[in-house]
Design a protein around this ligand. Sequence first.
Ligand SMILES: C[S@@+](CC[C@H](N)C(=O)[O-])C[C@H]1O[C@@H](n2cnc3c(N)ncnc32)[C@H](O)[C@@H]1O
Length: 310
Amino acid sequence: MSKNNNEHFEKRVRMHIAPGKIRIKENIDMFKCPFCGEGMNFDNLNSLICNNNHCFDIAKSGYVNFLLKSLKQKYDKELFESRNLICKMGFFDPLVEKMACLIAKNVSRSAADGLNHIRILDAGCGEGYHLSEIIKKLQEKDNIDLQGAGIDISKYGIQLASKNHKDIIWCVADIAKIPFLDNKFDIVLNILSPANYSEFGRVIRSNGLLIKAVPNSGYLKELRNKLYQGTDKEAYSNEKVIEHFSRYFEIREIKSVLYKVSISKEELNHLIKMTPLSWGAAEEMIEKASDSKIENITADFTIIIGKSRL
Ligand SMILES: C[S@@+](CC[C@H](N)C(=O)[O-])C[C@H]1O[C@@H](n2cnc3c(N)ncnc32)[C@H](O)[C@@H]1O
């Protein structure tokens, strides 16, 4: 950016500008064009541009859209609104707390290595609750300077994230083409979302970590039983996911998190809407589940922590 442009930018920054845009400016060195791999710069306050003139809009609320055309998604607006309600009722809080503790342990090690600015990427972040809570918890525990970034292929998820959690960098982007340069993150989170291990390995710095949360067989079992009773979908195993993880990342630690949450009828309906578990179920089974008297739901996860083999 030229000196004049820079001064102009600083002036605008002092005026009312979404915090997300300021965070993007402070971390502009980490962005990468997902199409040609070049570094990125500000075109003006409303877009990022690379040396080959690939240009990406920054929304008013401060997120960047790296997808040139929007893809049809099963994850729609309603799903993310329900997911947001379920997150806010605290359904995932013990999982998030455990993840924050595991990160704190490793972040303190990074601090001991002399790193005092830690970057965390949440790949497949959805509506952003988990990353935002994890950062809050880490800031309460430790006095380390943290920058969070979240990417998700769904614009609806990222729109909600950028509205609700303003100090994080949010991008609509595909995990297969992460819009960040190599070795820019100390930690990559991948929570209940698909993975792209070669991209994760590329953006994690050496000695950085991938922390993945996957459902265990008990996850939402009360709902699974209602939706898939008597079918081969009644049981679930994450064995293959863990095996696949270990091909790319050396497993350092595996932790289980198991608890029950009591839910109201309204929350049960949001739970049914927010989970991909419902996607394969027949309409009548969804109705039956919604009318059922489920009052407690099992949350059952494995957290896998790995160091890249790449
Ligand atoms: C079950 S949701 C989990 C979201 C969030 N991590 C959470 O736990 O609430 C899976 C997420 O993966 C995202 N996703 C699926 N394919 C993706 C891709 N190729 N790139 C980025 N995100 C993707 C979806 O849009 C969705 O938000």
